[in-house]
Ligand binder design. Sequence first.
Ligand SMILES: CC(C)(COP(=O)(O)OP(=O)(O)OC[C@H]1O[C@@H](n2cnc3c(N)ncnc32)[C@H](O)[C@@H]1OP(=O)(O)O)[C@@H](O)C(=O)NCCC(=O)NCCS
Length: 280
Amino acid sequence: MESTEQQLGVEHLAGCLALSKSANWNQNEADWRLMLGFGRGWGLAMNDGTLAASTLVLPYNGFAWVAMVLVHPEHRKKGFATRLLHTALADLNQTGRAAILDATPAGHDVYAQEGFADCWGFKRYALTVPAMEFLPGENIRPMEKADWPKILELDAKAFGANRETVLRNLAQRLPQAALVAERGARIAGFLFGRDGREARQLGPLVAYDEQTACDLLGTALQRVEPTVYLDLADRKENLRKWLVRCGFVLQRPFTRMAHGLREAPGESSLVCCPAGPELG
Ligand SMILES: CC(C)(COP(=O)(O)OP(=O)(O)OC[C@H]1O[C@@H](n2cnc3c(N)ncnc32)[C@H](O)[C@@H]1OP(=O)(O)O)[C@@H](O)C(=O)NCCC(=O)NCCS
């Protein structure tokens, strides 16, 4: 069967959702709408109209996030992911943007073949049944409108670019998880979350230290019903031990990879939980 490359838009929402569901991914319609809204995407449609593959780029200042590289199980190993990745990289080349992404083990080799290099790792953990009661952390409070400038400044330092559009979207979708850690006149960390197809996801979680991160998570877990997913940076070992004691179970690893830059942008030491592989 022939496949045709198409630019993705909201008219492809049903096909996009079917693709992410076929890979047991957590994105829901709100995630796809957010990404299609401020990003660009390409898909491969089969003769019968079904969407067989997708790839998105989310443009930021100086680089772009490559997201939702998905091929329907029936159409894998036919070069579809490589083909759409070439389209995305050619598009980014025109605007002089480097490409960054978070790879699953399945995607890792496809990206490595295209010249992406490993930067750092993180792992997804899931909580279905809490093993303990969560307590509110000290100096943790719901975020307020006045916090936005400080949150955006800290997030840009951690992530490497302003992502106001994304964070404002998340703040609306799971307000009970939008929290800040106060330290005098500045903030020591923040957390956002969102709804998902299978579970609520917590992240991004940016904090200057692991105790602050732990306080933010403990407070959020008091307010958000399981099932909860979060992605934890490998270097946050104390946080990992605490999560396991709380009942979180390891799901799968990811690798942050860069193409056209020696390192992923931002200060990775500040990133406790990325926003998720689709958002960075
Ligand atoms: C990872 C994924 C996107 C790869 O998609 P794909 O279309 O199968 O990938 P490609 O066909 O472009 O390349 C994959 C492999 O198939 C090989 N291949 C390409 N065309 C082929 C063909 N006609 N016959 C046999 N093999 C082929 C490629 O050389 C490559 O080989 P490798 O396994 O040695 O690396 C797909 O498996 C998937 O959707 N997985 C679930 C979601 C996921 O993890 N996505 C990645 C997110 S980071």
